[in-house]
Design a protein around this ligand. Structure first.
Ligand code: ATP
Length: 289
């Protein structure tokens, strides 16, 4: 009988994103506070007799070959642990692509977690995260999930408590943003640094107002200059009554926070029609099982 496994790959948002400096190796030294939200891709992994990797996805916007990060995760494990079985990876894509929500990294992390189990490799999440950071900087966080401070180029993970529960409204305009391009345009002299320590304190104290107050992302100014529609979405979300509003990652997705279901409905309804894709989800905040 062929072995099968289904794995969930949740999206992340950045509650804080700071860039400290550019390193000699070309990467930026970052401090990011990330947390998962209840919007997820699902990967179905099925063993194949033939030694090959086959990938399909429900989205026309992601590659279905070795450029796909989930494919790269499978190839990495196969090579490193000399796995001879093949694998079919079907991705039910729910996370918008090139959105600042780490969809690709989360798919890669889910493939690593799932294949580790299916192929009985026996790696810990720390070991999987270290492997995953060869594929992309956000993969390490996505292996662990939950809420964490990510340092280095994103691969040094310090787990944090889950923030207090709230609604997250995600609004993505119909544009894609290249993370590499945003970092290229970032001028380290002109950055408004978020208070990452203040955010960590607020999370530890389960202080919702403190979390809203300390939201900050140094990449926001760069993307807002490139895409004025992102600023319009921020302003709209604020005027609809979100307690805190921020762009996630390099954008263009903007998220707003509220604790009240009626307010969530108002923000959600107010943004539909105004902006490409809108979702109302819960903060997950808990680690992957
Ligand atoms: P991040 O927040 O980590 O910067 P993102 O949300 O901005 O990521 P992704 O959705 O991960 O961006 O997509 C970035 C690029 O990666 C896209 O151009 C896409 O073609 C490519 N890609 C490769 N594999 C995947 C995948 N499984 N899902 C989505 N995109 C993928």
């Amino acid at each position: 009988m062929r072995q099968k496994l289904s794995v969930k790959a949740p999206a992340k948002i950045n509650l804080a994103l700071d860039v400290l400096h550019k390193r000699p190796d070309g990467y930026h030294e970052v401090e990011m506070i990330m947390t998962n939200v209840d919007l997820a891709d699902r990967l179905e992994l099925t063993e194949l007799r033939r030694d090959e990797i086959i990938l399909e996805s429900t989205s026309g916007f992601v590659p279905d070959d070795q450029r796909n990060l989930a494919y790269q995760a499978a190839a990495l494990l196969k090579k490193k642990y000399r796995i001879k079985q093949g694998i079919s990876i079907k991705i039910d894509k729910q996370i918008p692509v090139a959105a600042g929500l780490a969809g690709g990294s989360s798919d890669a992390a889910a493939a690593l977690r799932g294949l580790n189990e299916l192929w009985q490799i026996g790696l810990s999440y720390d070991e999987l995260a270290e492997l995953g950071s060869e594929i992309g900087s956000d993969v390490a966080f996505c292996v662990h999930g939950g809420t964490a401070l990510a340092k280095g180029r994103g691969e040094v993970i310090q787990p944090l408590d889950a923030p207090p529960p709230c609604w997250v409204i995600l609004a993505k305009p119909s544009i894609g943003v290249s993370t590499a391009d945003v970092y290229r345009r970032l001028r380290t002299m002109e950055m408004k640094h978020p208070d990452v320590k203040g955010m960590m304190r607020a999370i530890e104290e389960k202080n919702y107002e403190g979390i809203c107050h300390n939201l900050g992302n140094v990449l926001e100014d760069v993307t807002l200059k490139l895409h004025p529609e992102v600023r319009q979405i921020k302003e709209k979300m604020e005027s609809l009554g979100a307690d805190g509003v921020l762009m996630s990652g390099s954008g263009p997705t903007v998220f707003g926070l509220t604790r009240h279901e009626s307010r969530m409905q108002r923000i959600y309804n107010g943004l539909r029609g105004f902006c490409g894709q809108v979702y109302a989800v819960r903060l997950l905040g808990e680690k992957n099982p």
